[in-house]
Design a protein around this ligand. Structure first.
Ligand SMILES: [Zn+2]
Ligand SMILES: [Zn+2]
Length: 350
């Protein structure tokens, strides 16, 4: 089968490898679509998290097949699997956890200190024709959802968790910094939570257009003073919450200066290093700086329910590319030319 395997920084090869076969408790999936996201950019352009030393939890090493946002059809199951059957359409919750650390035993396994992810630091990955995953990672899709939507459940779950962390009041207002896929997921999740006054800050014209099409008020941070605009819009009060999805230090600074007193600022972006925060702004307005990581148990299922109710429209923010163009897709996402790139996986190698 064909797979896109990462050998090191900026070295992704699309090559033939043997098809994996499911062992006990595992399922084999024929992948239909796999998304490219900010994590993949970090893996490809910066430093792969998988190394030549086997991952202590999962045994993963380089080369690592990329792709942790994917959906497909179950083709085979190993002994003891009754959760899904061949023919079922599934998406995959990629995180793998140790089950024994203090966070896992406290019910916070998505924050496991040994956390690994399929397609990053666990064997397999969705940028391949077939993948074998533990059966408990396969989440069935209801009949009304497409495999394209299935491949979006993972990034939308990241956005929904960020919004659930913020507890924005119904009918309230919010600022979203960055309109990549997670930013779009935050926008959709805010609307699902009754928050329709959403300002999205985004320098890329393509991404601003996508957010605007889906009901956001958009600001170009290169053209306007974001904090001034937000304060004018809210008559000096500030928005009820901000969600920082861009990873840019100036966006986090804008977020803490744009929220109302005692409001939450949720950080869900990937930060490439330490980011300075003006602590006096946080103290004087009694702000709540919150992190949001991955997705606790139940978030995938809630995304799927919202999708089935039509709350994650797919118009105007998805680009499809063939597996052979995966490296070009990484550049397109990094350069902001697209919001979300889905790689279409061919069903045959020829
Ligand atoms: Zn991702
Ligand atoms: Zn753990």
């Amino acid at each position: 089968m064909l797979a896109a395997r990462l050998y090191g920084t900026k070295d992704l090869r699309i090559e033939e490898m043997p098809e994996p076969e499911p062992g006990p408790g595992e399922v084999k999936i024929r992948v239909a679509h796999a998304g490219i996201c900010g994590t993949d950019l970090h893996e490809y352009f910066e430093t792969p998290r998988a190394t030549h030393e086997p991952n202590p939890l999962t045994g993963a090493t380089l080369p690592q097949t990329l792709g942790h946002e994917f959906a497909g059809t179950v083709v085979e199951r190993g002994a003891g699997v009754d959760r899904v059957a061949p023919g079922d359409r599934v998406c995959v919750r990629p995180i793998r956890t140790c089950g024994v650390c203090p966070r896992c035993t406290a019910g916070l396994s998505h924050l496991c200190t040994a956390l690994a992810a399929i397609g990053v630091t666990a064997p397999g990955g969705g940028l391949a024709q077939y993948v074998v995953v533990p059966a408990d990672a396969a989440v069935p899709l209801p009949d009304g959802l497409s495999l394209e939507q299935g491949a979006l459940v993972e990034p939308m779950a990241v956005g929904l968790n960020a919004v659930e962390r913020a507890h924005v009041p119904w009918g309230g207002s919010a600022l979203v910094a960055g309109a990549g896929a997670v930013g779009m997921g935050v926008l959709f999740a805010l609307k699902a939570h009754g928050v329709h006054d959403v300002t999205v800050v985004e320098p890329s014209p393509a991404r601003r257009a996508a957010a605007e099409r889906h009901g956001a008020r958009v600001l170009d941070p290169a053209a306007v003073d974001v904090v001034e605009e937000v304060m004018r819009h809210t008559r000096g009060r500030g928005v009820d919450a901000a969600v920082e999805c861009s990873g840019r230090p100036e966006a986090l600074d804008g977020a803490i200066r744009s929220v109302a007193a005692q409001a939450p600022v949720v950080m869900v972006a990937l930060y490439s290093g330490p980011v300075a925060v003006d602590a006096s702004v946080v103290r004087l307005a009694e702000l709540a700086l919150l992190g949001a990581e991955a997705y606790p148990d139940g978030v995938f299922e809630r995304v799927i329910e919202h999708m089935a109710a039509g709350r994650y429209p797919t118009g105007g923010w998805l680009d499809h590319i063939p597996l052979a163009d995966a490296v070009a897709g990484l550049h397109d996402v990094r350069d902001g030319r697209c919001v979300k790139v889905l790689v279409d996986i061919p069903s045959t190698s020829s």
